[in-house]
Design a protein around this ligand. Structure first.
Ligand SMILES: Cc1cc2nc3c(=O)[nH]c(=O)nc-3n(C[C@H](O)[C@H](O)[C@H](O)COP(=O)(O)OP(=O)(O)OC[C@H]3O[C@@H](n4cnc5c(N)ncnc54)[C@H](O)[C@@H]3O)c2cc1C
Length: 410
């Protein structure tokens, strides 16, 4: 049985950053990185970006690590193999190919997988998901021949893909469950702003709708909605969210929520086992809540923090993360916790008419999150206000003025 001082499951940005940090802090300890994808680290973020999908940016630009990097840093990379059980009392992980690996310290950085359809006809050709590099390659290939797309879902990835589809002149219908685009991640006025851009570019939007069945023989030729409406298409892009691949961990007794539960040091309920990235449902001491945060910056930061803990340098993860989504010449930004829960107050800045609009989310007397459309320069200041827990009471009348300088609150 192979034995490693540090074992990492998941070769995405969280797992790879952890490996890099471990090597910087422990030049001798053995490190293994197991990934069910066969590739070295690549930019998942780029996979849906219009310039990449249209081929304006080369496929080569997706790589963030070369295979030699793992060798040079004495990191054993095992690609194309899944971990399928964890025995924490024996401190070993079993792989699907039958191998067993012992660890001293373990990191679970297993990210998320695309949620797949289980409706009648969902096994036909012509249905595409997007989480990994192979998915993007298949979509880019399909663009060469397909003419008529049905795009399902109203998240950031759909927004970016809609831009690509229209720029390729594909007839595009967007079907979404929600009553407006990206509800509740965006406010209604923000969602409507995005919809306006989509519709102006020629995307047909069908709201409050779900697909009942995929039509066709071997190849998908259309869909039927639950209300009976039929749509013809030769390509279905199914962007209906993610699932967290924790099934194999259930017998280990590790505490699971939607993801893997962790404290602010990213330690799980099992000794010598850490988690990081999209999968970590951690105690966020800035937001003062348990938080699952699916973005690149968070995953990289958590990979680093968890690795420091694994080398004995226990460090609290304390960051406010943000991400952006680009399409149709617009930039949508998300900072902190953007959920407008009932106990929270919401303030708006700017206006949809000026194509510059933001929603600030306030809990008690502190800002905890924001969504911003075309107000990117404010992102840094808002991040700082959230991180410092700045008391904004009495300033509510000011922050709603589009030109009020938020920096003056710091
Ligand atoms: C199309 C797309 C566009 C995005 N755009 C943005 C953006 O613009 N900005 C932004 O901030 N974020 C964006 N994101 C989100 C961002 O990419 C993720 O937050 C980040 O990649 C998560 O990193 P991770 O290392 O936690 O997980 P992942 O990158 O998902 O890596 C986890 C790895 O573990 C593997 N794995 C899972 N289970 C096992 C197992 N049992 N055994 C072995 N391996 C396993 C997975 O297959 C995967 O390779 C985007 C995501 C997608 C899909």
């Amino acid at each position: 049985m192979q034995h490693f001082k540090y074992l990492i499951i998941g070769g995405g940005i969280a797992g790879t950053t952890a490996a890099e940090t471990l090597r910087k802090n422990d030049t001798e300890g053995s490190i293994a990185l197991i990934s069910d994808e066969p590739y070295p680290l690549y930019s998942r973020v780029m996979l849906s970006k219009p310039a990449f999908m249209r081929g304006e940016q080369s496929l080569e630009s997706v790589w963030l690590k070369k295979t030699e990097w793992y060798e040079q840093n004495h990191i054993t990379f095992m690609g194309g193999v899944s971990a399928n059980s964890l025995d924490d009392s024996a401190k070993k992980v079993s792989l699907l190919d039958g191998r067993e690996i012992e660890y001293e310290k373990l990191l679970l950085a297993i990210g998320a997988h695309a949620r797949k359809w289980t409706i009648p006809g969902s096994d036909k050709n012509g249905i595409y998901y997007l989480r990994g590099l192979d998915d993007t390659k298949a979509i880019i290939e399909a663009f060469k021949t397909k003419k008529k797309a049905v795009l399902i879902g109203s998240g950031c990835v759909s927004f970016e893909i809609a831009d690509v589809l229209r720029s390729l002149n594909m007839e595009t219908t967007l079907v979404m469950r929600e009553k407006y685009f990206s509800e509740p991640m965006l406010s209604e006025p923000e969602g409507k702003m995005v919809e306006k851009k989509l519709e102006e570019s020629g995307v047909k939007i069908i709201r409050n709708a779900e697909i009942a069945e995929v039509l066709g023989g071997k190849e998908a030729t259309g869909v039927t909605l639950k209300d009976g409406m039929k749509l013809d298409c030769d390509m279905i892009l199914c962007m209906i969210g993610v699932i967290f691949p924790t099934e194999w961990l259930k017998t280990s007794g590790i505490e699971l929520g939607r993801g893997i539960i962790a404290n602010e040091f990213l330690e799980t309920s099992i000794p010598d086992v850490w988690t990081a990235g999209d999968i970590a449902e951690y105690n966020d001491t800035v937001l003062k809540e348990t938080f699952l945060c699916g973005n690149w910056m968070n995953s990289r930061g958590q990979g680093e923090t968890a690795a420091l803990g694994m080398t004995g340098k226990r460090t609290e993860y304390k960051t406010v993360t943000f991400q952006t989504s680009h399409g149709f010449g617009d930039v949508i930004g998300f900072v902190g916790d953007t959920r407008a829960l009932s106990e929270r107050k919401v303030f708006y800045r700017g206006s949809p008419e000026q194509n510059s609009f933001a929603r600030l989310i306030v809990q008690g007397n502190r800002l905890i999150g924001a969504t911003l459309i075309n107000r990117l320069p404010e992102m840094g200041t808002i991040t700082k206000l959230i991180k410092e827990g700045t008391d904004i009471s009495g300033k509510e009348g000011e922050i709603i003025k589009a030109d009020f300088d938020l920096k003056s609150l710091i």
